[in-house]
Design a protein around this ligand. Structure first.
Ligand SMILES: Cc1cc2nc3c(=O)[nH]c(=O)nc-3n(C[C@H](O)[C@H](O)[C@H](O)COP(=O)(O)O)c2cc1C
Length: 180
């Protein structure tokens, strides 16, 4: 039996939905799973009894949202070993995107992991960091963002790949139940 926290920062709800799905899958084998929404004041909360931390954020301007960055800055390893997994929700996921495919493919090659994940790696053993594609609506962007989005061949809508989310969550379960 393990205790897992799925912590997330979202601007428009996509990251929350992916965090919920991960929590359902990891919790489906009977373990305790708690969802925690991050805001800039609360941080990650108490991790003393937690065995596995899964933390994710929407990507804005190439980086995690301020609430998730603040949580990473304040993170202190509560005990050893705390298993940590990280995910980012952006225009381009590992398996899907709401940008046209040549642009998505090019971005996959040049996009590095968010600085918060790099920072987290200095504090904890991060099992995996995965990019998932999210969703976008015209009203989500400021005006300049809408113009850039059109120039990049973006299509408004939902590019979430639930099979990929499920597969990644399955890997977390394997890591928790397999040999350490
Ligand atoms: C203001 C703004 C900035 C964004 N910046 C980026 C970015 O730099 N790179 C990217 O791949 N996607 C970017 N996106 C797309 C979001 O990451 C995507 O819509 C994601 O699903 C948002 O998650 P959320 O619904 O949890 O907020 C941006 C979206 C908005 C609204």
């Amino acid at each position: 039996m393990t205790n897992t926290v799925v912590a997330y920062a979202t601007a428009h709800g996509t990251t929350q939905s992916i965090a919920q799905r991960i929590a359902e899958i990891v919790g489906g084998k009977g373990d305790d799973v708690e969802l925690r929404a991050l805001d800039e004041r609360s941080g990650l909360g108490d991790l003393a009894e937690v065995d596995c931390l899964i933390i994710g954020s929407a990507i804005h301007n190439g980086q995690w949202l301020p609430a998730a960055e603040a949580a990473v800055r304040a993170f202190q390893q509560p005990h050893d070993p705390l298993v940590v997994w990280a995910f980012s929700v952006s225009s381009v996921g590992a398996t899907s995107s709401f940008l046209v495919w040549p642009v998505a493919r090019a971005l996959r090659h040049v996009t590095s992991e968010p600085r918060a994940v790099t920072e987290l790696r200095t504090q904890a053993d991060v099992g995996s960091h995965r990019f998932f594609a999210g969703a976008i609506a015209p009203g989500d962007w400021p005006r300049t963002g809408r113009i850039l989005f059109r120039l990049m061949g973006g299509r408004y809508g939902d590019a979430r790949d639930w099979d990929d989310v499920d597969e990644w969550a399955g890997r977390i379960i394997s890591s928790l139940t397999g040999p350490r």
